[in-house]
Every structure is written in structure tokens, then in C-alpha cells.
Write a protein that binds this ligand. Structure first.
Ligand code: NDP
Length: 478
């Protein structure tokens, strides 16, 4: 019998009846877990516990907070193999990708164990004689974290580690598609000695996320997911003036110029567009290629794409795992139809695959000869699909990269310092890569985008302090 997952409220595991199942997308006969779906009461209990726990956690010494985070990070790293396996089984990314994500989560906790000791304010001379002025960074209170299925441990880690580091208490609502990793993370947090009520987990559907966003005692919300849901979370949060951070994906351009290293460009496009089955918000889903290299680039990339081995996420020979769900598979296939109807030419892949075991398998697809205004170039597919646009020169490439409503990550493949520098300064994106894939980022630097990709302060690294603390300015005279 698959395990029944529980909520974690005020330091206790609270079971509720099974209302849904999480499935292995590589073999849908394999039920990973049975899960409760909160009707709102677990959210209320979690927020209540987090509210009670906040004053003591906010006042805890920096070393207490740092040590707990450090223990969490160490345990995650020590368990990278079994957690990586669990992740690949539940989400569908390959085992090396699953283990890599777990390592990233462990490193994030280690990083914020250090950041906990680095909380700084400033002292300034007042304009008034005899008066001192200073600023302090203070925690916000209860922070609600709503996370998606595509990075089921890294995203909970990169939201909860900084929240806890700076003295906030947390209610985490992971995606109902991949709750097992959030439960594993919570077990590790519990065993690391986190005081009760500081970290709470509610397993639920979108309705639980909605209840969290609307709860009057949640001081701030950090959300990653689709634009449509992000907009709903935003209206609930803004209506009650809660602090808000949204990360909602992209349509990330990789510009390939005539003067680039062709092999490297092909490898970056392959990695950026297709690994993790294209289910990364930073995926290189638009390949913008200048005319002089277009034929050679598309031919070389199509050959590599066609050779990718699609299969069970846990099989050692697999390079591309399944999509995460039936909905993701349907959406990917629907966009392939749309692209074909709009005139895109399929150069590789794009087929639903029937393997020995039932799963959500689609062969990675390369669509060439697309136009910028096609839906395949404007809307996020979130699957193993890349569309190629032919442009005349660098200027047209930059304009194409800047088209559309997203602005998360952008890349350029070139040997020209002039173009690389100009692109870095002029592309409208929160992250820019030169001779690198658009996906694949460090954890100690800011993450986030412009326009419809992100809203609010940047996530991660040294920038996280801006979202998870508020500044108090003090004046004193004696
Ligand atoms: P959603 O935006 O629906 O889900 C993200 C999170 O929000 C999940 O925890 C979800 O819960 C929760 N949620 C759902 N409805 C509400 C609500 N009304 N109020 C508050 N929280 C809610 O994304 P999906 O998982 O459904 O994916 C749909 C599409 O979103 C993908 O195809 C992809 O394009 C995009 N996406 C982008 C991501 C990114 O990193 N930018 C990540 C994931 C998805 P639950 O899952 O339990 O319903």
C-alpha cells in the first residue's frame, strides 16, 4: 500500500483521509503516495501555529537559526541518492537531474546557514546634531510559500531557507502532483530540531493555496507557478496588502549568431531546451538564429534531438524523462498541433510514445521556420519543445529576443565581445547568459525576471534578504 502523506502542523504530523494519489509519470501503474487534500482547516491550523511560533523564532539567536539550517542542509546532502530517486520517481526528471536538484537544495540550506550570521543594518550620521540614525532588518511574520511540481525540493528550499534564516515562520503548500519531496524535506526539518510551529506543511490542491493567499495573518506570499494562478494569488495578497513575490516562467530566447562556436551552440540549445523534459521556467524554448548559420545549426541540432533517449526517469540510459502529468502531456501535444497549423515545420520528434510501461512520454520536438508572432513563440509550453526563428542579423535577433511578454532568462552564442556586451546590456530579461544555456543558474546570486515573468523582489542568494525582511529605521537622542 503506498504511504499516506500527512500535514505537518505545529510540530506534529496530522493525518487526514486519502483524497488523491500522486503517480509515477514514468509508469502510471505505480502510485507514489496517497494524499489528503486540505479543505481549509489545515491551512488555518498551520497559520495559527506559525503565528504563535513567530515571536520566539524572530528573537532566536542567529547561531540557533544558522545551526538548524546547517543541519537540514547536511542531511539533505547525505541523503542525495534516496531523495534523488524519490524525486525522479514522482516528478519524472532523470536520476542524475533528480540527484542534482537534491544537492542544490542541500547547498541552499548551507548557504542560508551562513546568511543567517550576516544580517546587517547600517548606521548613519543624522542630519540633526546629537541624533543617531540606524537601520535594522526585521522578519515579516508568517510567510506563505506556494510551490509547483517542477522542482519539488529545490523551490521549497529556496523559499523556506531564506524565510527561516531571517526569522520568519513558514507555511508551505507544495503542488499536489509532487508532495513526497516536501514531506521528506519536512521530516528533515523536524529531525534537525526546528522548534514547533516554525515550519508547517499543508498538503492540498489549489484551493489550499487560495486559502493561504487569502489568510489575514499571512504577512507575505512567495509563489512559483503559472501566470494565471500567479494573478489570482496577487489579487488576494494585494487586496489585504500582504508582501508578494511571484515567479511565473518564461519564453526564453537563445540567440545563435553566425560567428559562434557551432558545437557549443548546439549543446547549449539541446541542454537548455530539452533537459528536465523542458519543464524549467528558464528553458530555451525560442532559438533565434542568424541566416548564415541557420541551416548548419538546425541540421546539427535536429540530429542530436532525434538521438535523445526518452524513457523511464530511473533507467540509467534515459536522457529525457516523461512529462510530469497527463495535463502536461496534453498541453505539449496541443501546442505541437498549434505550431503545425501555424506553419512551423517539425524537424525532429514531437510524437506521443508508447513504451513498455504506461507513462507521459513525448519525443523532444524541434520546430523550424517559425515566426515570432506564432503562439508557439509567445506562450509557455513547458515541455520538450523548441521553436527556431530565422533572423537576418544581430539587430533583428535582439529585437526578436525582446518580443513577447516574458523576460526571465536570455542567452547569446557568439564569439564577438561587441555583440555579447550589447546583448547583456540591452536584452529585457532578469538573467542573461553568454555562451551558456538559458537554464542552469547558481544558488548564491539573485534569480528572477522582468515583465510578466516575475513580480516583486528577486529570489535567492544575497538578494533574498530584500523580500524576507523589512527595514526599520531608528533615531535616538540621549
Ligand atoms: P499552477 O500555477 O496551477 O500551480 C502552482 C502552485 O499553485 C501549485 O502549488 C498549485 O497547487 C497552486 N495553486 C493552484 N491554484 C491555486 C490558487 N487558485 N490559489 C493559490 N494557489 C494555487 O501551475 P500548474 O502546476 O498547474 O502548471 C500549469 C502551468 O504553469 C505549466 O504548464 C507551466 O506552464 C506553468 N508552470 C510554471 C512554472 C515555473 O516555474 N514558472 C512552474 C510550474 C508550472 P496544485 O498543484 O496542488 O494545484
Amino acid at each position: 500500500m503506498p504511504p499516506l502523506l500527512s500535514h505537518y502542523l505545529d510540530g506534529q504530523w496530522e493525518s487526514a483521509g486519502a483524497a488523491a494519489e500522486s503517480l509515477n509519470p514514468s509508469d502510471t501503474r505505480d502510485i507514489v503516495a496517497r494524499i489528503p487534500l486540505d479543505d481549509g482547516s489545515a491551512v488555518a491550523a498551520a497559520v495559527h501555529a506559525a503565528t504563535k511560533a513567530f515571536p520566539a523564532w524572530a528573537d532566536a539567536s542567529l547561531e540557533v537559526r544558522s545551526d538548524v539550517l546547517d543541519r537540514v542542509g547536511s542531511t539533505i546532502l547525505a541523503r542525495k541518492e534516496d531523495l534523488g530517486r524519490m524525486l525522479s520517481r514522482e516528478e519524472g526528471k532523470t536520476l542524475p537531474e533528480g540527484i542534482g536538484e537534491v544537492i542544490r537544495a542541500g547547498r541552499i540550506f548551507k548557504f542560508f546557514a551562513g546568511e543567517a550570521l550576516r544580517r546587517t543594518g547600517v548606521t548613519v550620521d543624522s542630519t540633526r546634531a546629537g541624533v543617531d540614525a540606524a537601520t535594522y532588518r526585521e522578519p515579516l511574520g508568517v510567510v506563505g510559500l506556494i510551490t509547483p511540481w517542477n522542482f519539488p525540493i529545490a523551490i521549497p528550499a529556496w523559499k523556506s531557507a531564506p524565510a527561516l534564516c531571517f526569522g520568519n515562520t513558514v507555511v508551505l503548500k507544495p503542488s499536489e502532483l509532487t508532495p513526497a519531496l516536501a514531506v521528506a524535506l519536512t521530516e528533515i526539518v523536524h529531525e534537525a530540531g526546528m522548534p514547533k510551529g516554525v515550519f508547517n506543511l499543508v498538503i492540498g490542491s489549489g484551493a489550499a493555496g487560495g486559502a493561504l493567499a487569502a489568510h489575514a495573518d499571512v504577512a507575505a506570499l512567495s509563489f512559483t507557478g503559472s501566470q494565471a494562478t500567479g494573478a489570482r494569488v496577487a489579487s488576494a495578497a494585494i487586496a489585504r496588502q500582504a508582501r508578494l513575490q511571484l515567479e511565473m516562467g518564461g519564453k526564453n530566447p537563445l540567440v545563435v549568431l553566425d560567428d559562434c562556436d557551432l558545437d557549443r551552440a548546439v549543446q547549449c540549445a539541446l541542454d537548455g531546451a530539452f533537459f528536465a523534459t523542458g519543464q524549467r521556467c528558464t528553458a530555451s524554448s525560442r532559438l533565434i538564429v542568424t541566416a548564415g548559420i541557420y541551416e548548419r545549426f538546425t541540421a546539427a541540432l535536429a540530429a542530436k534531438v532525434a538521438a535523445l533517449r526518452v524513457g523511464d526517469a530511473l533507467a540509467p540510459e534515459t536522457q529525457i524523462g516523461p512529462l510530469a502529468s497527463q495535463a502536461q502531456m496534453d498541453k505539449t501535444l496541443a501546442y505541437l498541433d498549434i505550431a503545425a497549423r501555424e506553419g512551423g515545420v517539425r524537424r525532429a520528434g514531437g510524437e506521443a510514445l508508447s513504451l513498455a510501461q504506461p507513462g507521459y512520454y513525448v519525443s523532444p520536438a524541434l520546430i523550424v521556420d517559425t515566426q515570432l508572432d506564432m503562439r508557439i513563440n509567445r506562450e509557455e509550453v513547458f515541455g520538450p519543445v523548441a521553436a527556431v526563428v530565422r533572423v537576418r542579423d544581430y539587430d533583428e535577433a535582439l529585437a526578436a529576443a525582446n518580443a513577447g511578454e516574458f523576460g526571465l532568462s536570455a542567452g547569446i552564442m557568439t564569439s564577438s565581445l561587441k555583440y555579447a556586451r550589447h546583448f547583456t546590456r540591452n536584452v529585457r530579461a532578469g538573467m542573461v547568459m553568454t555562451n551558456l544555456a538559458t537554464a542552469g543558474v547558481d544558488y548564491h546570486v539573485p534569480f528572477g525576471g522582468t515583465r510578466k515573468s516575475s513580480y516583486g523582489a528577486r529570489e535567492q542568494g544575497f538578494a533574498a534578504v530584500d523580500f524576507y525582511t523589512q527595514i526599520k529605521t531608528s533615531y535616538s537622542w540621549a
